[in-house]
Write a new protein. Structure first.
Length: 308
């Protein structure tokens, strides 16, 4: 299986493309950089594919062995029709299947964005996760259980700040209610789910130039398929948060201009993580497009710190 990567930098030459199986699910995996390099896995969110990382890969693959993959429901990977197939527990098994396939003897470092980060949070909170993951850099994707617990605490606190921060997050998350409606959001994205409209949206909302945005030819289909992530997980986690902890070192890149997740939503993360580093950046939600150099810099420093 081959495809154009959309990456022109010769230092980011595609070294290997293959499929990883997780039961009935096939996951398209793309590898870059030296075969003996420290393995770094990149995980995308909605409505992206591995192309989200097209500008990040050249900045990392000169030193690291970089692996990206299309998560289930996107790009060249399987897209089951059942909503239940997109529950976080199943997405976590996809992640572990990829890690076991690409680095069976060495834990990987992970950089993830949006729903990619949400599903990696699920994975790193599983028992024994540190055998598979050496570090986790999370961008614009919280642990849903942690976020729900934080929101409940804010309301119960009765303080102006707690209530204000919770309401601010509810407003930022209001779009998810639309995404979970039957029929209508699918029809909406069939009309507006074009590369031209999506790039225009990101330019208007985040000021990102169209040249910085790289999407797959499956964008419209991915937008619609990815709605199942919301339907399968949001209500269950918001109304039934679990206690989820991890011993995996975590780095948060918190975008202070994020339209989807407010910075305060991460304030309790240290409660659940043994080792946490946080950096607040004056950027919008799609940091891999707007500032790939920041991701490479912070992720590289965190990886090196954990490798010493």
């Amino acid at each position: 299986m081959t495809r154009e990567t959309g990456i022109d930098d010769p230092g980011a030459a595609l070294s290997q493309t293959h499929l990883v199986r997780n039961g009935d699910i096939s996951l398209a995996v793309f590898e870059f950089g030296p075969a003996d390099g420290i393995p770094v896995v990149l995980v995308h969110g909605w409505p992206d594919t591995h192309h989200l990382w097209d500008s990040v890969v050249p900045l990392l693959s000169g030193k690291y062995r970089v692996i990206s993959y299309d998560t289930r429901g996107y790009g060249q990977s399987s897209a089951p029709a059942e909503v239940s197939a997109y529950e976080l527990s199943r997405l976590a098994t996809d992640f572990f299947a990829v890690v076991e396939a690409v680095s069976p003897t060495e834990p990987v470092h992970v950089v993830a964005h949006d729903w990619g980060s949400v599903q990696v949070w699920e994975a790193v909170c599983e028992p024994g996760a540190n055998q598979y993951v050496a570090s986790f850099t999370s961008i614009s994707g919280p642990n849903l259980d942690h976020l729900a617990t934080w929101m409940r605490r804010g309301v119960r606190s009765g303080t102006a700040r707690g209530i204000r921060d919770t309401l601010s997050q509810c407003l930022s998350s209001a779009y998810t209610a639309f995404f979970m409606l039957p029929i209508l959001p699918g029809r909406f994205f069939r009309v507006v789910g074009t590369e031209k409209i999506w790039k225009l949206f990101l330019r208007l909302v985040e000021g990102t130039s169209t040249e910085q945005i790289s999407v797959a030819p499956t964008l419209r289909r991915d937008m619609i398929s990815g709605l199942r992530f919301y339907k399968a997980n949001i209500i269950a986690r918001m109304f039934g948060p679990r206690e989820r902890r991890t011993t995996v070192p975590v780095q948060l890149l918190v975008n202070t201009r994020d339209i989807a997740v407010r910075p305060a939503g991460y304030d309790d993360t240290a409660t659940w993580v043994d080792q946490l580093v946080r950096h607040d950046l004056p950027r919008g939600h799609w940091l891999p497009y707007s500032d790939p150099a920041a991701i490479a810099e912070y992720a590289g420093a965190f990886i090196q710190a954990q490798s010493e």
